[in-house]
Design a protein around this ligand. Structure first.
Ligand SMILES: [Zn+2]
Length: 262
C-alpha cells in the first residue's frame, strides 16, 4: 500500500480527469491521499474533494506565497476548520522567498498562526520551506520549546541544519520529485541516511513531476518513480520502502488512519 502524503487533488489541473488520475494511481498501488490546502479562507474547495472520496483526507492552511492575501489569519480560524472529520492536518504553511514573493512579516505571522494551531490541536503541521533553513529551524525550535507538535517538512530541500533540527524535534521528511532531479545530491545524501521511520512519500501533484517527466503535469501514479529511487538510495526494495513510508504516514496523520491501521 502506498499513500501519497502531499498533493493537490482539488487543483484545476485535475478538474477534467480526477477519477482517471486516481484510477491510474490505484493501478500502481496508491490507496490513500492527503490533499493539501493552500488558502485557509478557501478551504471549502479542498474539503469538498476529501468529502467526495473515502480514501482522500485533507489539510487546511495558507501557502507562504499567499501570506499577503491571508496575512491576518488566526489560529482560532484554522482550528475551527479542523473540526471537520476529513481535515487531518494543518498547512501547508511556511517560509519561501524564492518562489513566493509575499512580504516577510506576513509570511512569519501566518506561519506562526499555523504553528499555534498545531500546538493546540496536536494535528500535524505540513511545512513548506524553501531556502530558509536558518529561519525555519529557529522558529521550529522556539515553538517546540514552548509546546511540541507533530510536523513534516514536505518536499524536503534543506541542508544539514534543517535536517538535524527536524530529526531532533521528532519531525518527518516528505520526499517527492525533487529527490530525482539532477543537482539535488545533498538531498539524496540526507534521504539515504535518515532513520526509516521518518520518511514519507509524496508527489505534490500537479507540480514537481519526478525525472524524467519534469515537463509534464505530475500525478500520483508517478510516486512509484520516487519510491524506486529512495529504495535504491537506501539499499532496500521498493515494496518494503513503500510499506515503511505508509506506516509513517499513518502514524503522523493519525486522525485519518488510526482506525484503519492494522
Ligand atoms: Zn504542495
Amino acid at each position: 500500500m502506498i499513500i501519497d502524503s502531499h498533493l493537490h487533488l482539488d487543483f484545476d489541473e485535475f478538474a477534467e480527469d480526477r477519477d482517471a488520475v486516481m484510477a491510474r494511481a490505484a493501478a500502481v498501488g496508491v490507496e490513500a491521499y492527503v490533499t493539501i490546502g493552500i488558502r485557509v479562507r478557501d478551504s471549502a474547495r479542498v474539503i469538498a474533494v476529501a468529502e467526495a472520496y473515502d480514501n482522500v483526507f485533507c489539510t487546511v492552511g495558507t501557502l507562504p506565497h499567499l501570506a499577503d492575501e491571508e496575512h491576518d489569519v488566526t489560529a482560532d480560524e484554522i482550528i475551527a476548520l479542523t473540526h471537520h472529520p476529513k481535515v487531518v492536518g494543518i498547512g501547508e504553511a511556511g517560509l519561501d522567498r524564492v518562489y513566493g514573493n509575499a512580504a516577510w512579516p506576513a509570511q512569519t505571522a501566518v506561519f506562526a498562526a499555523h504553528i499555534e494551531a498545531a500546538q493546540r490541536t496536536q494535528l500535524p503541521l505540513v511545512i513548506h520551506s524553501v531556502r530558509e533553513d536558518e529561519a525555519m529551524a529557529g522558529m521550529l525550535r522556539e515553538a517546540h520549546a514552548k509546546a511540541p507538535f507533530p510536523f513534516v517538512v514536505h518536499a524536503f530541500s534543506g541542508g544539514p541544519l534543517l535536517a538535524e533540527t527536524t530529526l531532533a524535534l521528532g519531525g518527518y521528511f516528505g520526499f517527492g520529485g525533487l529527490l530525482t532531479y539532477p543537482g539535488n545530491d545533498l538531498q539524496r545524501e540526507i534521504a539515504a541516511a535518515l532513520p526509516a521511520d521518518r520518511l514519507l512519500l509524496e508527489t505534490d501533484s500537479p507540480s514537481l513531476a519526478p525525472a524524467p517527466l519534469q515537463e509534464t503535469r505530475n500525478e500520483p501514479a508517478n510516486i512509484v518513480l520516487t519510491a524506486q529511487l529512495l529504495a535504491k538510495l537506501r539499499g532496500t526494495d521498493v515494496g518494503s520502502l513503500a510499506a515503511q513510508c505508509s506506516a509513517n504516514t499513518r502514524r503522523l496523520f493519525s486522525k485519518a488512519f488510526a482506525a484503519r491501521s492494522a
